[in-house]
Design a protein. Structure first.
Length: 176
């Protein structure tokens, strides 16, 4: 409903008729058929609505997260929790150092991209995998290796999303 003055009102009904009437007398002063222009809305649905887990490179992950994570630059690495790993005796100090290096290089959320052979040994990578701290996905020769890390130990981005990732990691369990 559109107000023309204090006494006059203009409305458009559902049949696309525009009526102008006097609010005190109820007299219709003008009636005309109006053409409502239809707007075409184009969207890029699917282009920037992918899931972070579907990213194949750090650039793709940054693009995906740019849509809804305004804290993508915030990195949280839980140093005390890393030290606690040494007390378990299940993994070596070298594996913990490798894990810390991966955490410091997270591209977003709990995902790291790179070449593991450049930063650690097969034994250290195996220790981390067996302990359930990382899940390694080899993506072929042209794409970097994708490592998903346990979100309890490190996270890049909005911390409100982290809790659900921790729950998923614990409930489902990431296996090789």
């Amino acid at each position: 409903m559109t107000t023309v003055s204090n006494r006059l009102r203009t409305i458009t009904d559902t049949t696309s008729h525009e009526l102008t009437f006097d609010t005190q007398t109820g007299e219709v002063l003008a009636s005309q058929k109006v053409t409502i222009k239809k707007h075409t809305i184009t969207t890029d649905v699917g282009k920037q609505c992918r899931y972070p887990v579907d990213a194949r490179t750090s650039e793709e992950l940054a693009e995906i997260l740019s849509v809804h994570d305004h804290w993508a630059d915030n990195l949280t690495v839980e140093a005390d929790k890393l030290l606690d790993l040494l007390e378990t005796g299940e993994i070596t100090a070298g594996a913990v150092r490798l894990f810390r290096q991966i955490l410091l290089g997270l591209a977003g959320r709990n995902i790291w991209f790179g070449k593991l052979a450049d930063i650690g040994t097969k034994r250290e990578i195996g220790d981390l995998s067996r302990a359930g701290l990382i899940h390694v996905t080899r993506q072929g020769k042209t794409l970097p290796t994708k490592v998903t890390v346990h979100p309890w130990y490190g996270w890049r981005g909005d911390l409100t999303s982290r809790q659900s990732y921790i729950g998923d990691w614990i409930d489902i369990g990431i296996e090789d």
